[in-house]
Design a protein around this ligand. Sequence first.
Ligand SMILES: C[S@@+](CC[C@H](N)C(=O)[O-])C[C@H]1O[C@@H](n2cnc3c(N)ncnc32)[C@H](O)[C@@H]1O
Length: 260
Amino acid sequence: MSQSNPTNESRKSVIASELAWHEQEAHRRISLDTFLYDPPAFDAVVGDGFAFLRTPPGDVALEMGCGEGKETLQLAERGLLVISTDLSYAQLSRTRERLREWAPDAPVFFVQANAEESPFAARSFGSIYGKAIIHHLDIDMAAEEIKRLLKPGGRATFAEPMAGHPLIMLGRWLTPQWRTRDEHPLTFSELRQFGDHFSRVEIREYFLLAPLGYVFRLLPGGESLFRRLHARLQRVDRRLFGTFAALREWAWYSLINVDR
Ligand SMILES: C[S@@+](CC[C@H](N)C(=O)[O-])C[C@H]1O[C@@H](n2cnc3c(N)ncnc32)[C@H](O)[C@@H]1O
């Protein structure tokens, strides 16, 4: 939740309930996650985030809230040593198992940690990456922690769900059981609040009409149609966001890139 001065006790209870939900319920989200996030649906967002990071080979990168590790291997393939963290031990175990299968030698280490108060020393990381994590956190605590962890000159990028897309918000309203009680998609004012902690911030929006393409992912044999339509609608979305700035409020996702 976004609160400027949350008491330790209220935050502890949010973290405990987030942990309990992800330990027990996250496996039920797999089919929804596969449907929404399987490649190439998020390639543009993730690619833009990775392109923003400075990633000299051998540098140490932190992945916050790695979940089932959708991008963990891609980070490691950039030549980085990756520390992947999550609150949930169950999520970390699953990611570790999958990685063991796909790429046993990938330089990835897993640490169970609360992203708001992590166990790492200040200035440990040149790059920090996260997808769908900030909206689970207290905005100010998360931003201060990320700033603390970044080296001078370090960069962080986060892809986060936003609160303005009518269709997506309807979907969320119809399926509250798929999410934790305390997470909430972000508003632009919360993104700016997060960005205010850093020396430089850039925000990009994604997915206005593109989510319509998912209808084809529901149909047997519809994957290739989904891919073509989704790619085409993303191009239309980019033009619409560029021409009519007010439409950015309706983006499903935003990428927030920050320099320490
Ligand atoms: C929506 S999932 C996103 C996972 C992954 N990044 C992805 O894109 O699939 C959010 C993840 O954040 C983790 N999480 C929630 N609160 C957290 C916290 N305070 N610290 C670290 N991880 C947290 C959850 O356990 C969950 O795995």
